[in-house]
Design a binder for this molecule. Sequence first.
Ligand SMILES: [Zn+2]
Length: 320
Amino acid sequence: MLDVFLTVDVEVWCDGWNDIDAQFPSAFQRYIYGHTPRGDYGLPHQLHQLQEHGLTAVFFVEPLFSTRFGLQPLAEIVSLIQERGHEIQLHLHTEWVDESIEPLLDNITGKKQFLRYFSLPEQTILIEAGAKLIESAGGQSVNAFRAGSFGFNRDTLRALAANRIAFDSSYNATMFGLDSGVSPEVPLVEPIECEGVYEYPMTVFHSGTRSLRHAQVTACSHREMEGLLWQALQSGRKAFVILSHSFELLNGSMNRPDDIVVARFRNLCSFLDRHRDCFQVRGFHGLTPDLAPSQPLPLTSPVWKTGLRILEQGIRRGFR
Ligand SMILES: [Zn+2]
């Protein structure tokens, strides 16, 4: 049995920083509900698919936007997710820090895109503020975290430990993982303990090109994802962490569903439902960490699947 974490990062962007107060209401509808002439393909669609297949996902919810626009929209997100019985955990995009009406930190100097640009005391304050916002919006206390854009470092784990948040899923070997200061020698692909926190890295794989890819619904075909899940099970991996976003089933212009990605998400749910004797889709609450004694190499997906995915991605782009 392999633990699978189906994680969805939930966040709102105004697609720029000018006139954000006027932009926010429509941005919220777009990024959270995903309204299109063909129906809603945002969070409600994902929640519906998960329910159809009896699966529980982990929603990493970004709350700092509410320091600008108020708690009500955040409470709306929390209630949508919680009433379907899924797990709400914390996601922080520090791009919002300098937009807050009440300053979150002393001496804020402009925009800082990643949490790793903040000192340990600042990271500790921001994580505490985020967790409190989720609770004020009606969520339960969080025990897992993911930094926005995976922009974390070793101090983030110290800041999480100071906030009694036991799990982190910010390590991504395709992004900042390798220079995060966590496991600098060997890319992390399996859970480890570091600075008093259990790190559950994003699942990454080789696909015949030089760079690693991460297991994200928009970035992998269903054929690749299925193959990687079987390979992880057969090689005795401890955890498989999949990434999606609340707006990921929309096309680039966010005005219609991306049919290929909609099908990937549905196929993934259906696959995990059919094979629940092999894959346990779960969250971080009540999790007893099962740590790997050493780090294996990343999973590998055959080149022919890469070729077919490149074709599929080309079709998706053609329809944007
Ligand atoms: Zn994010």
